[in-house]
Ligand binder design. Sequence first.
Ligand code: 13P
Length: 252
Amino acid sequence: MNMRKNIVAGNWKMNTTVPEGVKLASEVNEALKGVTPKCDVVIGVPFTHLTAVKAVIDSEKLGLSAENCADKVKGAYTGEVSAAMVASTGANYVILGHSERRAYYHETVEILAEKVKLALENGLKVIFCIGEVLEEREANKQNEVVAAQLASVFGLTAEEFANIILAYEPVWAIGTGKTATDDQAEEIHAFIRSLIAEKYGEQVAEDTTILYGGSCKPSNAKALFAKPNVDGGLIGGASLDAESFMGIVTAF
Ligand code: 13P
């Protein structure tokens, strides 16, 4: 039986104040009341928003994600937020390995492996992002780049790996308005699935959700999600407006 889930997840990044975020979450929550989407729906929000957003959403219909967590358990790490803290807000997911965190906060394969481990230990599902930059795509190195990035999650057991959702996000498509074509997305998603099959076997590979991220909008979501290896999207800019986010949710 195929257990693979379709998911549309928002990544708000560093946007909205708490009141603005609560309003946006309430709008998405309200919009979901009228529909039965053919996918799970998740919103990824700043740490400061988690508790307040949790209070206004129907958790049966809308999952809640943090956008990061610490690579340490607890203690003298001023300003950090642990996986246990995230879980204690009632959030069920955490986004890890986003290209912005890799690029601006120097998160390495090893640091990310620690974060993944701690997130899973605290019962969070991990939306793990991978993807190449433009120069790597132009040099046709995207396959080796994503294969190397997967090392952060390929140390897990198959049982642990069942809580990993992958998000392929070509860095050149993020916030640029330049989306990968549905054929480009399908090609690399199929490659990623083949790597999972090599590592964990066909069944685990079949069951793994692989999202596409990078300038995904209501206008291109349908074609992307129609591809057999694209199981939904991780949405940045378009998740900051309830109507456009719902336009992507209902693309399935
Ligand atoms: P955009 O949808 O704004 O391109 O961002 C994608 C992204 O980075 C989601 O994590």
